[in-house]
Write a protein that binds this ligand. Structure first.
Ligand SMILES: [Zn+2]
Ligand SMILES: [Zn+2]
Length: 214
């Protein structure tokens, strides 16, 4: 937990009491009390999803490396520029599509991407994903997470919503409910599991994707 008066460096910080996000765009900036509730405790959050994350900078360089349960791993070039401009350049809907991109790279075992100026092609690409693509990625993810057929797995809307390219945890739940309605996934006592139909589709997808296709 960070406290008012500290100089935690360039980044985005969330008030531990009311959730207000404050940005520091200079390494010499001091954390002030929360502008909304006057609270003095903050946690560092991911630039994209604003959930608690591990963010490390490199001394003397305007560069951040982020490890986030929602977004996977990514580098951000010029985080100070990001903090100054992201509200206009990358409002929440756009940032969430970047989360879909970074999480996808992470799940496919790719090198963490370097983000700079919000890339409109990436954002549009993910914003245009169809329901079929969203469902397919959820089934692929559930299959990859299952050690074997019939095993129960956790699917957590709060941190897994980028898996379905959704804008929010609610969007993830909608896709999950769709998969349940189509009898691809069913709930268990401790989570979810793939049905036989879901498993068949999922293992096909695994083979196809390992074969070099995205
Ligand atoms: Zn506050
Ligand atoms: Zn994140």
């Amino acid at each position: 937990m960070l406290t008012t008066g500290e100089k935690p460096g360039v980044g985005t910080y969330k008030c531990a009491n009311c959730g207000t996000i404050v940005g520091l765009d200079d390494p010499e900036d001091t954390l002030s009390p929360c502008p909304s509730c006057d609270n003095t405790e903050f946690e560092e959050v991911c630039y994209l999803c604003e959930n608690e994350a591990s963010v490390s900078g490199e001394f003397g360089r305007d560069f951040s490396f982020v490890r986030c349960e929602t977004c996977g791993k990514y580098y951000l070039g010029e985080p100070s520029m990001w903090v100054r401009h992201y509200r206009e350049e990358a409002p929440r809907e756009k940032r969430t599509m970047l989360s879909a991109y970074t999480r996808e790279r992470f799940e496919h075992g790719g090198e963490p991407p370097v983000l700079g100026y919000p890339d409109e092609d990436i954002i549009t690409g993910y914003a245009n994903k169809t329901l079929a693509e969203k469902l397919e990625n959820l089934i692929w993810y559930a299959t990859r997470k299952s050690p074997q057929f019939g095993d129960s797995i956790l699917l957590e809307a709060e941190k897994d919503y980028p898996i379905t390219y959704s804008l929010s945890p609610e969007g993830f739940t909608e896709i999950l409910n769709n998969a349940i309605a189509q009898k691809l996934i069913e709930s268990t006592e401790s989570g979810f599991k793939l049905t036989e139909k879901g498993w068949t589709i999922g293992t096909e997808l695994m083979k196809r994707r390992e074969g070099g296709q995205p």
